[in-house]
Write a protein that binds this ligand. Structure first.
Ligand code: NAD
Length: 267
């Protein structure tokens, strides 16, 4: 006789009913798709963005689907904003189970041209911002004894992109992976799971705008030729991973990264 399967049926373990989530950078692109995915799976979702109107627009989209939502303006590089963001959610819902630290920025620049200002700006959002949010989230998850933190990294954490040059972005994203592993090890015994998602090239508005420029038109065929799947990700291709990492089904997983890149990192 094999061991008894004691868990709930598999699809029930993907459901997020009764859970509360926040998504930083949720006002557009990948964060917006994450917010929709978590909401569709049953969670109440706080859409957090530096640009208030974007957060409000996505929160409205969620409400129209019958999803309980909040719009919060916050700059993830500011500790006070991160603390206020958590307080707003606690005041509204009394709990935070899922924190998706997704806000990130990038720039193309040869390493020898990178300025200190450029270094600080990208590091502040991509590394400091992720840490400040994770810390603020963990402080309310610890008393509850349960929480799911999901950081958006990038395949750029694993490879140096080509042909564009982006040492600062790549370095910050590699930092997100190691921050994820370290926080996972520190907080595992408090019931908090910390994992990351590493998308490959993803067709967001910003990428589309870029591809409309002469530089972008030169880059796109190179990117696609280096991607075994022969295409970029759609934001919807990333939604399953965020629900999986947010849900009970992945409770034994922590400190891991899910690469979703059409096979780019395999070559
Ligand atoms: P995007 O630029 O379309 O959206 C990012 C959102 O974050 C914007 O709404 C912006 O207002 C917000 N934001 C920026 N700085 C902020 C701050 N300081 N505080 C709060 N919000 C802030 O980006 P995207 O393409 O959706 O990327 C989302 C994440 O995915 C980023 O971390 C990015 O590095 C990562 N990523 C993107 C791709 C891609 O190809 N698009 C690939 C791999 C990883």
């Amino acid at each position: 006789m094999d061991v008894v399967l004691e868990a709930k049926p598999i699809l029930e373990r993907f459901q997020l009913d009764g859970r509360t989530a926040l998504v930083t950078g949720g006002g557009q692109g990948i964060g917006r798709a994450f917010a929709h995915a978590l909401g569709e799976a049953g969670a109440s979702v706080a859409v957090v963005d530096l640009v208030k109107e974007r957060a409000e627009e996505v929160a409205q989209e969620l409400s129209e689907k019958g999803i309980t939502s909040l719009a919060i303006k916050a700059d993830v590089t500011q500790k006070d904003d991160c603390d206020t963001m958590i307080q707003t959610i606690m005041d509204a819902w009394g709990t935070l189970t899922i924190g998706v630290n997704n806000a990130g920025i990038g720039d193309w620049m040869a390493a020898e041209e990178v300025t200190e200002e450029n270094w600080d700006k990208i590091n502040n959002v991509n590394l400091k911002g992720v840490f400040l949010c994770a810390q603020a989230e963990a402080k309310v998850m610890m008393p509850a004894g349960y929480g799911k933190i999901i950081n958006t990294a990038s395949m750029s954490a694993w490879i140096a992109n080509y042909p564009q040059k982006q040492v600062v972005y790549n370095t910050t994203k590699a930092g997100v992976l190691h921050m994820t592993r370290t926080l996972a090890s520190e907080w595992a015994d408090r019931g908090i799971r910390v994992n990351s998602i590493s998308p490959g090239y993803t067709r967001t508005k910003l990428v589309e705008d870029l591809l409309a420029t002469p530089v972008g038109q030169e880059m796109a065929p190179k990117w696609l030729s280096m991607t075994p799947a022969g295409k970029m990700a759609e934001v919807t291709d990333l939604q399953g991973a965020v629900v999986f990492l947010a849900a009970q089904v992945s409770d034994f997983m922590t400190g891991s990264d899910m690469i979703i890149d059409g096979g780019y990192c395999t070559w």
